[in-house]
Ligand binder design. Structure first.
Ligand code: NDP
Length: 411
């Protein structure tokens, strides 16, 4: 219980991110006078400790559901009609007046690549028996970028293959360029305009052949090429529930499908695929249906982070989006070396950027690349949601010495 986020997503991912940062932390420590003895890393210990923590969280969820009087039936469920659900293992049906579909999404691997079956997805990455010596990660989105950084931090020789001109399409261009540069400096072989033709496996070695004929030899191939809504075989057609072209349940602003008693929230609706959004949608559904208080979720200005190394934190419009939607905008940007790195040889840069509507002075977007960017984006989210202006930022006194002070001192 807990779904993708808790069991094979956000939570274990962040634990892996922490684990993979220590090599660099030891390097930083030496600049501050610390001599750290010979370090060694145990993948098995990390996975076991991670699993223990996930079990603990799973236990808490079950306990809370029990305490609320929820009956949990552990089975595969398939709809037979708008009110009837067939439980496959138990071979019986249950009926309900209201049904909520919250089955999430599942990794998508392109089927047209010969040998794609040799590749793993993030699902399996959380349970690898051993850490490979070399890995090829395919994709340029959140998961590909985060896992490439995790593997690299843990000492795996890492190649990232992305089909387009720059990773993280949809993010602000300065963040994309800055992160790609930093990842390359950290030793990741980031290849753009790179398309996989086929994958062959002989023994323990995988050979990835690219469209341009080049080959990469590796121990593990991981695909992170997006996720698709988990609606196949759910019997939604029998209940008459309409899906969109991507297989997501089509819903209105109250998360109601075209069938009046069937609702859907989270990634299965493919709106904004983030855990806290699904939680909000779920709470709004409960309020609407069971408290006679129609609540819809505002999907604008949602802060988000990419837990890459360095991290990206962002809220609001990118520079390109703002230019398109608002025409005249002003852009404030600051690039500097984080203070923590000043006693080291690491020449990584932090980038902060504010995108401002010229007509109203409203801050339309904030973008940060660097340590704790996600933490800052959460707080900046309040300011952006409150429609703060650049003048509001400017009259806020800096907190010194911090990185975030740059946000209120950009002129
Ligand atoms: P994304 O949609 O973020 O990225 C998919 C990547 O795969 C893109 O770079 C895309 O390229 C590429 N791609 C898609 N199809 C193909 C193909 N056929 N061949 C080659 N490349 C392809 O998906 P992810 O899997 O990274 O993440 C899934 C979801 O999980 C996201 O919606 C995200 O919101 C969520 N998530 C959030 C995290 C966070 O908040 N930190 C962390 C991890 C996941 P192109 O850009 O060219 O289309």
């Amino acid at each position: 219980v807990g779904g993708t986020c808790v069991i094979r997503g956000c939570v274990p991912k962040k634990l892996f991110v922490y684990a993979s940062h220590f090599a660099e932390d030891f390097e930083i420590a030496s600049g501050f006078g610390w001599e750290v003895g010979k370090s060694s890393f145990s993948w098995k210990k990390l996975v076991a400790n991670k699993d223990r923590e996930i079990d603990r969280l799973n236990g808490i969820y079950i306990k809370n559901l029990d305490a609320a009087g929820v009956e949990i039936i552990q089975d595969r469920a398939e709809l037979r009609d708008a009110n009837t659900i067939y439980l496959v293992d138990q071979d019986r049906t249950v009926r309900a007046k209201t049904i909520l579909i919250a089955t999430g999404a599942t990794p998508f691997v392109p089927h047209n690549i010969p040998g794609a079956a040799h590749a793993i997805t993030s699902n399996e990455a959380f349970h690898l028996e051993d850490l490979p010596k070399r890995v090829v990660v395919v994709g340029g989105g959140y998961i590909a970028v985060e896992f490439a950084c995790i593997f690299n931090g843990l000492g795996v020789e890492t190649t990232l293959l992305y089909r387009g001109p720059q990773i993280l399409r949809g993010f602000d261009d300065d963040m994309r360029d800055g992160l790609a540069e930093a990842m390359i400096k950290k030793g990741i072989d980031v290849r753009t305009q790179a398309n996989v033709g086929s994958i062959e496996k002989s023994g323990d070695v995988c050979r990835v052949t690219m469209h341009d004929g080049s080959e990469i030899e590796t121990d593990l191939v991981m695909y992170a090429t997006g996720r698709v809504p988990n609606t196949i075989g759910l019997g939604l057609d029998k209940a008459g529930v309409e899906l969109d072209g991507a297989g997501a349940v089509k819903v209105d602003q109250y998360s109601r499908s075209n069938v009046s008693n069937i609702y859907a929230v989270g990634d299965v609706t493919n709106r904004v695929n983030l855990t806290p959004v699904a939680i909000r949608e779920g709470a709004a559904f409960a309020e609407t249906v069971f408290n006679d208080n129609p609540v819809s979720v505002d999907h604008s200005d949602i802060p988000s982070a990419v837990f890459s190394q360095p991290e990206i934190g962002t809220v609001g419009l990118t520079e390109a989006e703002a230019r398109e939607q608002y025409g005249e905008i002003e852009v404030f940007k600051s690039t500097f070396r984080p203070m923590k790195l000043t006693l080291t040889d690491i020449d990584e840069k932090m980038i902060m950027k504010l995108v401002v509507d010229k007509a109203t002075d409203r801050v339309l977007g904030c973008h940060i690349l660097g340590p704790d960017a996600g933490e800052m984006a959460q707080v900046l989210g309040i300011a952006v949601k409150m429609k703060a202006t650049k003048a509001d930022f400017d009259r806020t006194v800096a907190l010194h010495p911090s990185a975030a002070e740059e946000l209120v001192t950009m002129r």
